[in-house]
Write a protein that binds this ligand. Structure first.
Ligand code: TYM
Length: 337
């Protein structure tokens, strides 16, 4: 994955839905990974606002969260000068290619998507067409920018795999139109589990087990102190996701924020129980999030700056997206304007 000076930079692309406040799972599973590679790659990161409406949103909240999410991207280390940061709905090519890819994706493939099955079960009153075909829009988000890598958490891997199937099908008919993207999953933090129930992933839908980036430090401290650990008799800090899912999850979080290996963590807490370990993880997370929170607050006071970032981002993104879309239109037989 190294770039030499003579080869063009490889491309990375990803997005997050502004359907809730960003949490530690989003940070460790995705954004941290993005920020660490901003120098090495040509990067496109966006607020996936079009995806959020597969579930009903309050319009004012959606608008606010979309801009807040941009501020948090920047605060997490994504420099707008080096990364193209934009709002999905500002780049109309996403919806256009999304429609086309709908026609190259099979009902059976979409029926197998676990996120669809989960969300359909949770929102039985609103199992709409968009929820079902959403992975086609995600494939369009990706393919418009011809990325080499798509850095996501484990739960999005299935959608990237589907995108790869679509590429194979489409290129099989029309030639090399799309580049084959690869999912890029972090070693530590690909699947952060909830603090209150370590058998389900951390998500905003279970707020008591979810640590939000903008949450007050006292609340974070309390959530870690109360984190569910395991009922084994040893009560030692040891990595064993099968038998000790609670402690193993905390070790994953600690490892991701401190960079220490599981062996090093076991040594650090040797002879000490969960009562020492849990608050230590909390403090390490608080230390990591503090500068992000402070920078986000500062940025949110400067709405004009944020607006200039998302405008410039949309312009750059549109330029790239349009090139791919033109090529697709031509290949499938649409008359050129
Ligand atoms: P979304 O908005 O649900 O999540 C955003 C990113 O955060 C990761 N993530 C987690 N990682 C580790 N542990 C967790 N508990 C956890 N929860 C969330 C997700 O894996 C994801 O990387 N469909 C996407 C958004 C999207 C997208 C795209 C992503 C739309 N278009 C194109 C990549 C490329 C989604 O719903 O992610």
């Amino acid at each position: 994955m190294e770039n030499t000076e003579n080869t063009p930079k490889k491309v990375m692309l990803s997005g997050i839905q502004p359907s809730g406040d960003l949490h530690l799972g989003n940070y460790l599973g995705a954004i941290k990974n993005w920020a660490e590679r901003a120098e090495q790659y040509d990067c496109f990161y966006f607020m996936a606002d079009m995806h959020t409406i597969t579930v009903r949103q309050n319009p004012a909240d959606l608008r606010r969260r979309t801009v807040e999410q941009l501020a948090q991207y920047i605060a997490c280390g994504l420099d707008p000068e080096r990364n193209t940061l934009f709002i999905q709905s500002h780049v109309h090519q996403h919806a256009e290619l999304g429609w086309i890819l709908n026609c190259y994706t099979m009902f059976g493939e979409l029926s197998r998507m676990t996120q669809f099955k989960d969300k359909a079960a949770r929102h039985q009153e609103n199992v709409n067409g968009g929820l079902f075909t959403y992975p086609c829009l995600m494939a369009a988000d990706i393919l418009l920018y011809q990325p080499d890598y798509v850095p996501v958490g484990e739960d999005q891997k299935q959608h990237v795999e589907l995108t790869r199937n679509i590429v194979q099908r489409f290129n099989g008919i029309y030639g090399e139109v799309f580049k084959m993207p690869e999912p890029f999953i972090p070693k530590a933090g690909a699947r952060v589990m909830g603090l209150s129930a370590p058998d389900t992933k951390m998500s905003k839908s279970v707020p008591e087990g979810c640590v939000f980036l903008m949450e007050p430090e006292e609340d974070i401290r309390r959530k870690f102190k109360r984190a569910v650990t395991d009922s084994d008799t040893e009560r030692c800090v040891h990595y064993d996701p099968e038998r000790k899912p609670g402690v193993s999850n905390l070790m994953t979080i600690y490892s991701a924020v401190t960079g220490r290996s599981y062996d090093e963590i076991e040594k650090e807490f040797e002879g000490q129980g969960y009562g020492v370990f849990k608050p230590a993880v909390g403090e390490a997370v608080i230390e990591t999030l503090r500068p992000i929170r402070e920078e986000t607050r500062r940025l949110l006071k400067d709405k004009a700056y944020l607006e200039s970032v998302y405008r410039a981002g949309a312009e750059k993104a549109s330029y790239v997206a349009e090139k791919t879309l033109r090529k697709v239109y031509k290949k499938i037989g649409f008359v050129q304007r």
